[in-house]
Design a protein around this ligand. Sequence first.
Ligand code: AMP
Length: 158
Amino acid sequence: MINKVIDHMMIENRQHFMIPGDVVASVSEDNSLRHAFLVLTKIRYAKIPVLDRDDHLKGLLSLPMITNTMLGLDDLSVAPLDQLCVKDVMETDVVTIQNPYDVENVLHLLVDNPFLPVVAGDGTFTGIVTRREVMKGINYIGHNLDKQYLVTLKPEEP
Ligand code: AMP
């Protein structure tokens, strides 16, 4: 169980916890790889969510997933960029969360994932929780814990 004080202080900062879906860069599963290549190159995020027409999360897409299709034996080909679409190459085995304020679960999952997509019960994408935003929360605790709580060292057990 996560310490109640840490949990409480993280939640105090919850307005920064989730980046809402409408400001998260994403691509559609039916977009061509050419379009997705341009988007990923411009925005410079390593991986972005893939959505369907109804805003359901379908997967994640990174630049290497696209460039991998361009590799020939000893040359690069841009032809696959117009022949394939995002759903042909995206990663579909995605770790998601429903409750962005379950601090214990979020901290646990962010160890292995730089961000976590948040989805509603029906699979609708609502935003992401990133390591960066959570690190800001931990920074806040580091600077404010002793302003709000008495922190003393426990005496050593005999
Ligand atoms: P950060 O912790 O801010 O470095 O974000 C970690 C990862 O989350 C980034 O590399 C992206 O893959 C993803 N990410 C963060 N912010 C956004 C955003 N606004 N739109 C899309 N993806 C994002």
